[in-house]
Unconditional design. Structure first.
Length: 134
């Protein structure tokens, strides 16, 4: 089983949002502390249907790496309700520089390239959001 949704509490303890036992099962809604993240990263992936299962396993590994990266507060993955091989990943970060540092880790750069070459049916969408109202 691969945990695709997890977050670390303020003491650093990891909590799983759900475990994937089939390609159709994904995590529960975000935890209440999710809105406390100064930076939220939004990723949307459009995956070739024949590569959906492999992508889910691949993304579980990348998310575990993100959760181990200093500054990542939590990360959750979701699949479109209509099962259209469209996914989003939301993650909370301490600051924008930390997100960029994670994106520039050589293994992550290779993973992104692999996604583009093998999994994506069209380019992914990547956005970062900064809290603007306290």
């Amino acid at each position: 089983q691969s945990g695709l949704g997890a977050h670390a509490d303020p003491d650093g303890h990891e909590h799983a949002g759900a475990h994937v036992t089939e390609a159709t099962q994904f995590p529960s809604p975000l935890p209440p502390e999710a809105l406390d993240a100064p930076i939220i990263s939004f990723l949307q992936f459009f995956i070739k249907d024949e590569h959906a299962f492999a992508f889910e396993k691949f993304m579980a590994r990348i998310m575990r790496e993100a959760l181990e990266f200093p500054g990542c507060l939590w990360a959750y993955a979701y699949k479109a309700e209509d099962m259209s091989s469209t996914y989003i990943v939301l993650s909370g970060w301490t600051d924008a520089e930390t997100v960029v540092n994670f994106e520039e880790v050589p293994r992550h750069v290779r993973a992104a390239r692999m996604g583009e070459e093998e999994f994506f049916s069209r380019p992914m969408v990547m956005k970062r959001y900064k809290r603007f109202i306290e």
